[in-house]
Structures are given as structure tokens and as C-alpha cells.
Ligand binder design. Sequence first.
Ligand code: N01
Length: 558
Amino acid sequence: MARDETAAAHFDAVVVGAGLAGLYTLHRLRRLGLRVRVYEAAAGVGGTWYWNRYPGARCDIESMEYSYSFSPELEQEWVWTEKYPSQPELLRYIEHVADRFDLRRDIRLGTRVAAARFDEAASRWMIRTEPGEGAAQVAGDGLGTDSEEDAGQTVSAQFLVMATGCLSAVKGPEVEGLERFEGDCHHTGRWPHEGVDFTGRRVAVIGTGSSGIQSIPIIAEQAAHLTVLQRTPNFSMPARNVPLDPETQRTRKAEYPEHRRLARESVFGIPVDFPVKSALDVRPEERERRYQESWEKGNLVDILISYTDILFDRRANDTAAEFIRGKIREIVADPDVASALSPTDHPVGTKRPCLDSGYYATYNRDDVTLVDLRRSPIVEITPKGIRTTEGEHEFDDIVLATGFDAMTGALLSIDIRGKSGRSLREKWAEGPRTYLGIGTAGFPNLFIVTGPGSPSVLSNMVVSIEQHVEWIADCVAFLRRRGFASIDATVEAEDAWVEHVKEVGDLTLYPTADSWFMGANVPGKPRVILPYCGGVGVYRQKCDEVAAKDYEGFTLSS
Ligand code: N01
């Protein structure tokens, strides 16, 4: 970005992204009287729930947990229809929030933030935008609002809040030839709005993470033949999704204040009873009973907190892992397929676990084939399909359920430059460095919502988002009250936090897996634990202490 750029408009804060994090940031900062602008690359609000429209896309945290708590009125008036909300329902909810709190007037859709530079003399961010993926649709729909600035200009802001999401930069399959494929190819994280009709078609799905596991049973019902290309099998348990009856919903709404408090103080942002026993201190029959309870419940974290040491001790973890492998063997008729679907290379929970609806049973269908990429890796994508070391498979459609450049991908896709023009990409070349996952030294007045080094993806995201947004808003209010122009993490505080995040991570089994939590899914990405494993309750306390000590670990400048 040229140093002599002039700003087309000036804001107190610019927020990047209009998902759950960006919308709440806008609401909170506006309540402080700030002039705020939100930029969103898509043609609509919703973030994750705008993009991930693949068949079966659904949240695996319960709807009554995975929702904002900041407005008791919103909480009481919104009616959820299912235990686990589908993508369309979540998007309707987020759109409702945007309307209910009159947020849209400060959001520019179809506008991507391409670069941001901190102007030290003015103590302001200079932010350059460009047309985003949704720009053409915004123009075509007449969705644009008359604004003093257009995509392709520079604006300035005192504060820059990155609400860019942890899982928003999509990742491809890293194989040759995708551009030569003559059929249709769709990434689950960029699914066409008009949907995809697989009727009568030969479909390939690459990837068996949450997105693959949710979409595979539904695609199998439509396609003439489905081939799943699996590199690493994942642990999945039945979601047991059900409609939410009005009585249950009424009861839960009456308990909301206490329930939300417990969520905020919990480990995963979901209130659960904490275990007291080690898995290794109980008899095998008792363990089996406990794991069976988890299997029946349809809950993402229940098995992980069934005993104190599931996420800490490989032997304890093996007992839970073997229980799930036993279930796979029971469900899947072909023993070879069951074996290929059974994870043995990572402890349960160290890759993001999955909840499914009929996933394993799908492999009993005659029109579904599993290709084990560990035995026959993909060589290339050809015009007609996919060639593995065992031969060519022909397809009409390829679905890439290959995931995301998690936690850092979206942030580093923007050319962010802090003090002395130093780029964030350069600073984070060996892995992200943050203080509390919120700030990064040398980048004053830049806040990251649920950034690396915070519990984020190891929690109910809405709980973590609200905590961060409220902390950021309180911080901004403090700065204004005390007449400070900027806040910047100190290198010492940041170094200590990065070390702490690593130390806590090393107490767990997470580092033993090649997961996106570790950055291991993207070739060349530094291998470091990205989320903070200390739990949301402990983490919140730490953040509150920092604030109570007038932002200890940050430098405040007038
Ligand atoms: O992505 P993933 P996702 N060749 O990274 C495989 C959230 N989410 O989109 O494990 C062949 O989990 C890869 O194999 P491997 C949730 O937090 C939530 O499914 O790297 N295969 C893996 O099997 C989730 O964890 C919900 O060996 C390749 C798969 O693709 C996160 O988003 C729903 C490959 C990617 O799995 C990401 O989930 C959906 C290659 N080159 C998502 N590259 C709910 O709330 C990758 N793979 C339910």
C-alpha cells in the first residue's frame, strides 16, 4: 500500500467479516457511540453459515447453546426447531440478528479487505478494500447501499477488528490436474447457492472430516454411485438430532441465565458435569457403560469428559477409541471397510471429533465405495476423474471436503502491516504469536476475535466470540475514557503467552495428531498448537485479570 494514500472515509473502527463475530462487534462498538464500518467479502451476512451450504451442513453444538446470549429478548423470542441447527436455520437466525439490531446499514457486502497498514504518525489504520467474492451479486441484486466509500478504496480507522473466522480460508486437495477435470467440482466451504443435484451422477468426495462425514450420507442417497476418498479416518458418533419440542424449549429458556453462566465458566463453553475418575481406575464394564451413555446421548464432548484423563493419557484415550472402533465394526458389514474406517493413528478428540447421521451405515450401500488413500494415494486429477496408484476412477462430480487453512489462513490472506511496516506474514512465519489470542505486538489497535492462542475452536464458538467482543469493547471504552490513542501488546507479555499456550498444549494429547489444530493439514504450515487448551473458564479469568490491572501486558499510549 502506498504511503501517500488518502482515505475516502474515516471510522472509529473497521471490522473485517460479518459472521457471528463481526455482527456482535458492530453491535457492541456502536453502543459505545463509535462510528463503525464492517466489510464482508460475501454477498450476505453469516460467515461460516453463509458459505458452508453443502448437503447436511449442520452445527454440532446444540442450537440453544450455539446462539447469542447478549440479548435476553433475542434469546427468548427466537424459536429453534431442532436440537442441532441446520445451516439454513442458522443463517436465518443470523440474518434476523442483523435486522433486529439494525446492523446492515453499517455493513458493506461484496467488499474484501485486501490490506491494512498502521500509520504510526496518525495512530490509525489505513485499510484498503477491493471487490470480494460477492461483489457481482451485490451489484446485481441492488444490495449495495449508498456509501461514501466503494470497494477499491482506502479508509482509515482508529481500531481494526479482525472477525475473519477460524475456518474460512478454504484449502484444496493439493494434487495436480484439478483444472483439467471436465466435470463439476465444488468445495464444501464454497457450496453453490442454488444447490447441486447429484441425481444419476458418479460422485467423488475427497475428505472425511466433519464436512465430509455430514455430506456423505446425503450425497449417497442421491448419486448413482458415490466414491469416498479417505486419507485419514476420523472418529464420529451419532448426532441423534431431533426436533425441539416447545416444552423442552420453554424449560430451557427459563433456565437460560444460569445455563449461560455455567457455559462461560466451563471448559468447552458447554455446561457439562466434570469427571472425577481416571478411565484406568474403573472396571472395563463400568467404562463400557459410560461410553455407551455417550454414544446414546449424541453429544460432541461427552466422551471426552467421561473420565479425567481421556485427553491427557494415551492409555486412557485408547479405551474410548477402542469403544468407537468397536461400534464401527458392529455397524459396517464389510470387515475390510470397517477396518479402513477405524482411526488408529490419533487419539480420539485430538482431531476435531464429528457427529453424524448415518455415516458409517452409508458404507453398507452397494452404490458406495471407500477408497483408502493410505493404500493407494491420489496421483492426479484427470479430465475424466481421479487417478490413484491403483488406477483411474471416472466421475461426473468431485466434492472437495478438504477443509481449511485454519485460524491463521484468513488473517494472513490480508496484507497487514504494523509498526515500521512490518508484515504480519513475516512476524508469524514460524507460527502465530499473540497475547491472549487477541493482540499481537507491533500491531497497535488491532484486535483479533477468537485468534490463535485463545480457546476458540476448542469451544462453543459463540461463547468465545461473545467473551472476546465484550473484552474488546470494554478495552476500547477504557482507552477512550482514559484518553489513550493506542494499545499494543508488549513483546514480553506475548512471548510469555505463546510459551504458556505451548506448555498447556503439551500437557494434552493434541500435539500427537496431524490435525488442523496443529497446522498439520496445510503443507509447509508451521506445526504449533493453534488454540489455547486451558478451557474457556480459566481463559476468561485470565483476560479479566489483565483488564482489571489496566491491561497488564499491553503498552497504552496517548
Ligand atoms: O475439514 P477437515 P472439514 N488429499 O480438515 C482430507 C468445522 N466444521 O471441512 O485428515 C486427500 O476436518 C483430510 O485428510 P487428513 C469443524 O471444526 C464443523 O471437514 O488431512 N485428503 C480430512 O479427512 C471441523 O473440524 C461442522 O489426512 C485430503 C478432510 O480432507 C472443521 O470445520 C461441520 C487432502 C478435511 O477435514 C473442518 O472440517 C463442518 C488431500 N490433499 C465443519 N487434504 C459442524 O459444526 C485434506 N484432505 C458439524
